[in-house]
Write a protein that binds this ligand. Structure first.
Ligand SMILES: NC(=O)c1ccc[n+]([C@@H]2O[C@H](COP(=O)([O-])OP(=O)(O)OC[C@H]3O[C@@H](n4cnc5c(N)ncnc54)[C@H](O)[C@@H]3O)[C@@H](O)[C@H]2O)c1
Length: 311
């Protein structure tokens, strides 16, 4: 199997899980393209200590034909983040989310029909816009930021390829957290603020999210790589409870025994009021639901922050 974005937050966990399960994994990444290159370099070093080499490959420019010889491509590489996708970030979101997907799908389509790999796209709950109730995969999408638009376009390309005979499926991840969470993400900033005593910006605060533990996201992704899903299937990968950022902040404070210091900041444009995962299709087609409750998952993330070497 190929994992793209292998040095990323979610990708590095996925690689470790696949290796532990005995899979043959080609882990690829372009570490300098990461939203947080230092974090990606640290993840890559951690994988290397575990005996896994991350192969440098820029999916927007390098030859991808060898990757399409695998039985599955789990495409997690990309430029995540709503806030940073405005202005100059728009081009990076397009390059690393759309161009990479288009080129990988072209490499898959160039294989003989019987040898095309299962392709799994890591898309995002942000394509839904704001949710008034749990979102089902057939709901109309309403992307409200360049990031969400880039993921919606990557989904469209994946659907086209699926119609043309690539066994491709789409996973919509909902706000993932846990050990190695990216440093630009809210829980990471809050925990570090509490440990360092320097305030973290709280962008808005009233937003609610289906926060989903990284181990559960990895489990869904591994299942999607193998399950007999019809090409073009879209699945929510999210916890069915939607929790406000302020509530999550309080829970982090309770677990740490001290409230993280924050300073108010305006919510970013396109940062929607609520995401909310409808879990039924993933339960039916993958036998998967998010099992980890927020307090248990936060405790695991906090333990990681306490142990990690600060640079
Ligand atoms: N973290 C979340 O809450 C979340 C939610 C929804 C969707 N997603 C999606 O899941 C995927 C993984 O997210 P993450 O949080 O682990 O992000 P991450 O930034 O930690 O990992 C992405 C990795 O992709 C690599 N990459 C970027 N451009 C590349 C290119 N051109 N060629 C090769 N590698 C490239 C980066 O170097 C990075 O290591 C992303 O596609 C993201 O959009 C994440």
């Amino acid at each position: 199997m190929v994992v793209t974005g292998a040095a990323g937050f979610i990708g590095s966990h996925l690689v470790q899980t696949l290796i532990a399960a005995g899979h043959d994994v080609l882990a690829v990444d372009a570490v300098e393209r990461a939203a947080a290159p230092e974090a990606a370099a640290a993840n890559s070093a951690e994988l290397s200590h575990a005996g896994v080499t991350v192969t440098e490959c820029d999916l927007a420019t390098d030859d991808l034909a060898p990757l399409a010889e695998a039985d599955a491509i789990l495409h997690l590489a990309g430029r995540p983040g709503v806030r940073t996708s405005w202005g100059r970030g728009r081009a990076a979101a397009h390059r690393d989310n759309v161009t990479t997907t288009e080129r990988l799908l072209a490499a898959c389509a160039a294989r003989p029909a019987r040898h095309r790999p299962r392709f799994v796209l890591a898309s995002s709950s942000s394509v839904y816009g704001s949710a008034a109730r749990p979102c089902a995969e057939h709901d109309r999408i309403d992307p409200r930021s360049p990031y969400a638009m880039s993921k919606a376009r990557a989904e469209q390309l994946t659907q086209e390829a699926a119609r043309d005979g690539v066994p491709a499926v789409i996973l919509r991840y909902f706000s993932v957290y846990g050990p190695r969470q990216r440093p630009d993400m809210a829980f990471h900033r809050f925990v570090e603020a509490a440990l360092d005593g320097s305030p973290a910006p709280l962008y808005g605060g009233d937003q609610s999210r289906s926060f989903t533990f990284v181990g559960d996201v990895v489990d869904a992704t591994v299942r999607a790589a193998r399950a007999p899903l019809p090409p073009g299937t879209v699945l929510n990968v999210g916890h069915p409870e939607s929790v406000s950022l302020r509530d999550a902040l309080q829970r982090i404070g309770a677990l740490l025994g001290t409230p993280p210091p924050t300073e108010p900041a305006a919510a970013a444009p396109g940062d929607v009021a609520r995401t909310w995962a409808g879990p039924d299709r993933a339960a039916r087609l993958l036998g998967w639901t998010a099992r980890t409750g927020l307090d248990a998952g936060l405790a695991r993330q906090i333990a990681w922050h306490r142990e990690r070497v600060r640079v």
